[in-house]
Design a protein around this ligand. Structure first.
Ligand SMILES: C[S@@+](CC[C@H](N)C(=O)[O-])C[C@H]1O[C@@H](n2cnc3c(N)ncnc32)[C@H](O)[C@@H]1O
Length: 274
């Protein structure tokens, strides 16, 4: 067994606990935050699939598709807490309360989120509510769209000599403000950015990116509707408007996008607007 590492004051500063569960599914009174991946059930982890089969209650977002939800046990209660156009949204506070109440009632609870629960998924807000109520929680990481969508389009996020870093950003935060793009060097993978693509492109150009920088918008990655639009920073708003892409979509910006275009073998690449 590895030796404990201590700080100068003698306090042990190593920690071997893990929040990734080792059981097949939640025990009564536990909540598991489970990543559903980008849509294709084949991209679920084995642990996520087992957890779905064993849960009494599954609270899920709009993103996990029907194919993933088919894995639930027929007796499991399934609650859709995702945002729907035209429907009253379920607030984060309501979700937190439901999770806590179900766990206190002894249910085996799965909170299923698209991609990875801790990437732009508000996962830790739920953890804080569970901690406050003394409820054991675990997290099953998922394949984030930030990884899956570029892969689906044959785009490497890093490449020797072209991109030594990747920045995951959100197109908007809770207050609606755009992030500070100046710090985003290398490849940029922007979540929730399609509706504000004009502002994103202008801000990135203002931060020093060339208007000719290659951009790929990968929509509905890993689903039968997947389509990739290849464009540039200077043209992406217009091209995206013309293409009428499905949602959700990830916007990848950087020289690596040009590599996939050159290879012209990116799986699922359908549209290329000149
Ligand atoms: C609220 S965020 C959740 C991200 C998620 N936690 C993850 O790790 O992928 C939703 C955004 O993820 C991206 N996204 C999720 N699934 C996607 C998919 N199948 N194809 C492309 N983008 C996707 C889109 O940018 C979408 O607006």
């Amino acid at each position: 067994m590895a030796k404990a590492i201590r700080s100068n004051s003698g306090r042990e500063i190593t920690d071997r606990t893990t929040r990734i569960p080792t059981a097949d599914g939640p025990r009564p009174g536990e909540v598991w935050l489970v990543g559903a991946g980008p849509g294709d059930p084949g991209l679920l982890t084995l642990r996520a699939a087992e957890a779905l089969k064993r849960a009494d209650l599954v609270l899920h977002d709009a993103l996990p598709g029907r194919a993933v939800l088919r894995l639930l046990h027929p007796r499991a209660e399934r609650v859709d807490v995702g945002k729907r156009r035209g429907a009253a949204p379920v607030s984060q506070a309501q979700i937190n309360r439901r999770l806590v109440a179900a766990a206190l009632a002894g249910q085996r609870v799965v909170r299923l989120k698209g991609g990875d629960p801790f990437i732009f998924g508000r996962g830790f807000e739920e953890v804080e509510a569970l901690d406050a109520a003394g409820i054991p929680w675990f997290v099953v990481p998922g394949v984030s769209a930030g990884l899956a969508a570029p892969a689906a389009a044959g785009i490497p996020l890093t490449h020797r000599g072209l991109a030594r870093s990747v920045t995951f950003v959100t197109g908007h935060d809770a207050e609606g403000a755009l992030p500070d793009w100046a710090g985003a060097t290398g490849t940029v993978a922007a979540f929730m950015a399609l509706s504000r693509l004009d502002e994103v492109a202008v801000a990135l150009i203002a931060a020093g990116r060339a208007p000719g920088t290659p951009v790929a918008i990968i929509a509905a990655a890993s689903t039968p509707e997947q389509v990739t639009l290849r464009t540039t920073l200077g043209r992406c708003t217009l091209d995206a408007q013309r293409a009428g892409l499905p949602t959700p979509a990830l916007v990848v910006i950087g020289e690596v996008v040009g590599l996939a275009a050159a290879s012209a073998r990116g799986a699922g690449v359908k549209a290329a607007v000149a």
